[in-house]
Design a protein around this ligand. Sequence first.
Ligand code: UDP
Length: 236
Amino acid sequence: MRRGYQRALLKLSGESLAGPRGIGLDYQVVGGLAEQVKGVHAMGVRLGLVVGGGNIIRGTAASAAGLDRVSADYMGMLATVINALAFQDVLEKMGVHTRVMTAIRMESLAEPYIRRRAERHLEKGRLVIFAGGTGNPFFSTDTAAVLRALEMDAEVILKATNVDGVYTSDPNTDPKARFLPELSFQDAIVNGYAVMDANAFGLCKSNQLPIVVFNINQPDAIARVVRGERVGTIVQ
Ligand code: UDP
């Protein structure tokens, strides 16, 4: 048994909100994820959420197609706000008090991110969704997740994915691929395991912030990780 967590930052990729089509929003899938988040929130865990935007637009892909990279990245950051608003709506309909805070100011629809205010929301038992990434082009929502986790003093980053955790190679193509229940930051670097993008990963390593990579599609996955069950891969 690993230890359980009281303060955690959950990173949900845009893709995880898209369902089988891989693009846009699948409201049934969003509903299922929101149910999981509601369960964890009801356990009394202080929970922050960072959502990605890859189901709508990715800066690198859009710039490869000819868009200016900076504009494309801002579009990607706006995409995370769309996802955050959808998630908030679904959560609030389930009775979970939720605040969206954005790294890019847009007060008519969400609060600007102010650390002390975010802390206050968490103290009051509200779930906070951090949208807009870091607010800067050339970064990712993984980096935003690490930044917010460090700022809210989270004990762990929960990185929701569609695979069970970290393997020695791709389990879809290599029958010899071995699942790794735990690994050190150093091992991940030496072996080239892509846990998060390099910036985000470096920030975790230098601040000793553990990452749990787990499969969000398993029943009660988030609650099980938070309770300290051996789910997914822990990098620490
Ligand atoms: N993005 C950015 N700065 C940030 C966070 C995101 O420029 O701090 C842009 C970037 O273009 C990225 C897009 O927003 O491709 C969507 O975010 P990301 O790819 O991290 O989403 P995910 O893969 O988690 O769905």
